[in-house]
Design a protein around this ligand. Sequence first.
Ligand code: KG4
Ligand code: ZN
Length: 341
Amino acid sequence: MTILGIESSCDETAAALIECVRGKLRVVTDVVASQVAIHAQYGGVVPEVAARNHMENVVTVLQRALGKRRPDVLAVTAGPGLITSLLVGVQTARTLAYLWKKPLVAVNHIEGHLYANWLENRSVQFPAIVLIVSGGHTELVLMKDHGKYELLGATRDDAAGEAFDKGAKLLGLSYPGGPAISKQALAGDVSAYSFPRPMIDSADYDFSFSGLKTALLYTVMDIKKQKKRLTPQRVSDLCASYQAAIVDVITAKTMRAVEQYHVKFVLCGGGVMANHALRESLSKKLTSLNSSVQLRIPSFKYCTDNAVMIAAAGAFHAMRKDFTPWKKVEARSQWDFTSKS
Ligand code: KG4
Ligand code: ZN
């Protein structure tokens, strides 16, 4: 079975073709047209500009992913995301499903991030802890089987990616903030500034990052009040200390979930998982906690938005014959993949 994935939920127009043979996935093509450079000049994604660019890119991206091939199944990101951006991918997929008379899967973007873990072809034992850290989501989920989830906790305000993006903006760094902060942090001292670790000891699995961002703002204001300049070294120290606070909270909560639910696997996903410090911290802590627990993190290019992960999630839905008639596939700006509705 071949599956075409289409992704347009934010600022990447992407299409990919994968092959699924007895549950094993193989990437045939993987095309991403990124709009990052366009949105960087505005300091963030401008929805209207994003939708317009998806419209301009979608046909070319599809042509490059498909060539003369026709997929057996179509999978499209139907949500969550920017509604006008989602509409471009959804309407394209509906049209192709109708024309080619092919089954269509409406994929949840966050579930797509999770299924990037199946691209490397290794099996997973359930239950597993799922950690999603992206631009709009920070969630810990108990995955009991394919399609069976229990949400353990989520952010109460900003997502981890937002904490990176907003922090970078405060420090005058470029968009997107995650890669900018992690690059600057390389030359910084993690203990130069002491930032709070919000909710690190709370008994739940929720997160909160907006207070941390405010702490960074006050620290920057203090530096300026003391008539000190934001030198490159200070910016690096701020980045390293700020990043360490985010990484510590995410690591601590994930470890607690691993211990409480006695899982053998931790499956990570989302753009923030491209962060080296986070990857290292999770791996170190997990090894010291229990070396028999396996940590799965997709390769860098499958952490940030792409269509291969959407096709991968689509493949697992297709194996369960979980299709949606093309007329009923609708774009949804909000959609919790762990809830049935
Ligand atoms: O998953 P993603 O590509 O898009 C969404 O679904 O939101 O995640 C984008 C987020 C952005 O907030 C970006 O700053 C963050 O992922 N990000 C990173 C890194 N690379 C991307 N955050 C920290 N470190 C990175 N290296
Ligand atoms: Zn994403």
